[in-house]
Design a protein around this ligand. Sequence first.
Ligand SMILES: [Zn+2]
Length: 274
Amino acid sequence: MYYIDPHLHMVSRTTDDYETLAKMGCVAISEPAFWAGFDRGSAESFRDYFRQLTEVEPKRAAQYGIQHFTWLCINAKEAENVELSREVLKVIPEFLDCPNVLGIGEIGLNKNTRNEAIIFQEHMELAIAYEQQVLIHTPHLEDKYQGTRMILDMLGKHDIDRTRVLVDHVEEHTVGPVLEAGYWAGMTLYPVTKCTPARAVDIIERHGSDRLCVNSAGDWGPSKPTAVPDLVLEMRRRGHSESLIRKIVFDNPRQFFSQSKNFVLADPESRVGI
Ligand SMILES: [Zn+2]
């Protein structure tokens, strides 16, 4: 089955991963800007990173017939440094017209601090000023519920079309409030934390398939870039229809991304295979 992985940090992955993804049916990925595993020293480091996301990765992905899209921001962890964040916010508009940029992301909260909240709101103002979609990271484990509530409260203060915002890394206790508020929700399939494929299918069975996406959020840490096909297998095992599976792994991300003028998806049927 063809699928799209809406959240995958390919700068941290090898070309072997691109090859495996292509063989498993992945036709497009979107890569939000994130924390590199260390704090960067200047806004120039982010400018270089944004060039990597807009110039280098699309070419690497194309070698395997995969379309690469991206989102730009300073991540929640480094957003603790307000001065650096404001310098990075000034750099972002230079890249918004690059052909693979879908919007602002993954912004959000990490430890739910005041500084993170300030920079989250400034990213929202930038997104609104430039009519960009938004992809949002919610915090890990014990910080997730409170952080998601804070994010929903902050989002409610901004005049943005809610169908152009995706709140990611939802779990059983946060998916309901996100969907009920009218936003898209993303479930991350991780080997240890976040959702397993079985838990993600439970959530789909309980909350329905509208405005829900799944992703691997593969990065430089323990993660599995081919986790979306694991969900396909789990849904088939439970007897779900191919059309429902396709809606979750292909139609839904395509529908969400299509709200960006830069999202032009090649027809998978006419794609030249590797
Ligand atoms: Zn991420």
